[in-house]
Design a protein around this ligand. Sequence first.
Ligand SMILES: NC(=O)c1ccc[n+]([C@@H]2O[C@H](COP(=O)([O-])OP(=O)(O)OC[C@H]3O[C@@H](n4cnc5c(N)ncnc54)[C@H](OP(=O)(O)O)[C@@H]3O)[C@@H](O)[C@H]2O)c1
Length: 421
Amino acid sequence: MAGTKKVAVIGFGNIGSGVVELLYQKGVAGLELARVVDIDLKKKRAVDLPASYLTTDWRQVVNDPEIDIVVELIGGIEPARSILLAAMQNGKDVVTANKRLLAQAGHRVFQLASTLNRRVGFRASFVGCHSLIHEFRQAGTAAKKFRRIYAVLNGTSNYILSTMTREAKGFEEALREAQAKGYAEADPSDDIDGIDTANKIRILLGLISNSYQAVAPFPVEGIRAITLQDIQYATELGYAVKLVGVIEPEEGVFNVAVHPSLVPQVSLLGSLQGAYNGIELEDEYGIVSGLVAPGAGTYPTADAVIKDLLDIAEGRALPMPGSAQELTLGSTEAVERRYYLRFSVVDQAGVLARITDIFWKYHISLAAVIQKEAVSREFVPLVMTTHLAKEGNLQAAIEKVDKLDVVKAKTKIIRILKADT
Ligand SMILES: NC(=O)c1ccc[n+]([C@@H]2O[C@H](COP(=O)([O-])OP(=O)(O)OC[C@H]3O[C@@H](n4cnc5c(N)ncnc54)[C@H](OP(=O)(O)O)[C@@H]3O)[C@@H](O)[C@H]2O)c1
C-alpha cells in the first residue's frame, strides 16, 4: 500500500508479542511489520513468525534504511536509550513503552527529537491515562490550565490496597496474594515503593510543563508501612487509602509528590478496585474530569503503541515535551494539606490536651478524633484528622509530639487529598 510505514519491533516479550499480533496477525492499515528483534529467538512466543522476520541484533534494524519506525519494547536503560537515539539519528521516528528510561533519560530523548524534528510516541509508558495525552499537552501550552492532577498509576499497589480494604488482610498477606495472581513481581519494590508511579508522574510532568528538562528529586513514599488498622480507620472516616501521584502547578512552580493518601470513598480514585488505574484532573474553573483504565497488561499497552504508530503513519503531530525550560518544584514545607495522624499513646487522662497544645502552637486544628478502648496495656491508638496545615508545620509539630513521654511509637502520617479542601 502506498504510504505504508515499515515498523520494526525490538523486544518480543509480553508487550512486543501483543504489538506483533496486532500488526502481523490482525493487520493495521498503513502499518507493515518489517522486522522483530529479540535476544532469544528460541523461546516460544504468543505469535508464530517466519524466521525471515527475526534477528537478535537491534543494530540491523536501526541501520536499515527501509525501516520507518522503531518500537522499543525491551525495557531498562541500556541498550534501550542507544536504540532510540540511534534510530532517530538514522532518520526514524520511535515509539516506546519504557517509563523507567523516559523518567531517567527523557531529556536526552526529547531533546534529540526536537533537534532532529523526529517524533517520539510514548503513550504506552503511562498506559493507564494515555487517552488524556492531548489534554496533558494542552496544559503544557496554556499556563496553569490545571489546578491539580491526582493519579493512581500503579496497578500492583492498588490491587494490594483494595484487597486489604475488601478482605481485611494485612499488607504482607495481600502482597503474597497479588504475587500468586500475577499482579506483583517477585521483587515488587518498584511498584510498592512508589518508584513506578514516580516515573509516570515525571513523564506527565514533562507533558504538562512542555519541558523535557530533568527535574530535581521530589518526595516519594510507597505503601509498605500502610497497616490494616490505618485502612480500617480511614474507612470509618469515609476515606479509601490509595497510592497517589500529585502534580499541582502553583505560581510558576510545580508541587509534585507520590505518597499513600486518603481520598474520599465516593471519589473516582476512591472507587478504584483491583489493578485499575485512575486519574482526576481539576481545571482552572474547578471542573473535575477523570478516567479509569487498566494500567498494564499486554493488550491495553499494545493498543497504546498502535495509537502512536497510527499517529505517525497518518502524519499527526505526537504530543511530546518540546522545550528546554527549567522546571522548578515547589517547596514541600509550604504545601498545605489535611492529614490523618495515628498516635500510639498511653491510656491516661490529659494526653489529647498535650498533643493539641503543641498543634495549637503550629497553627494546626483538628477536624476529627477517634479513640477506641485500649487493646494493649502499653499503648492505645489515637487517630486524628486535621484541617489544612502547612507540611513544614505538621512535621515540626509531630517531631515534638513524638518526644512526649506519653507517646510510645512514631506517629503515622497519611496525607488527605480532597478536592474541596
Ligand atoms: N508489561 C506491562 O504490562 C507493561 C505496561 C506498560 C509498559 N510496559 C513497558 O514495556 C516494556 C516491555 O515490557 P514487557 O512486559 O513486554 O517486558 P518483557 O516481557 O520482559 O519483554 C522484553 C523482551 O525484550 C527482550 N530483550 C531484552 N534485552 C534485549 C536486547 N538487548 N535486544 C533484544 N531483545 C531484548 C527480552 O528477552 P529476554 O526475556 O530473553 O531477556 C524480552 O523478550 C518495558 O519498558 C515496560 O516497562 C510494560
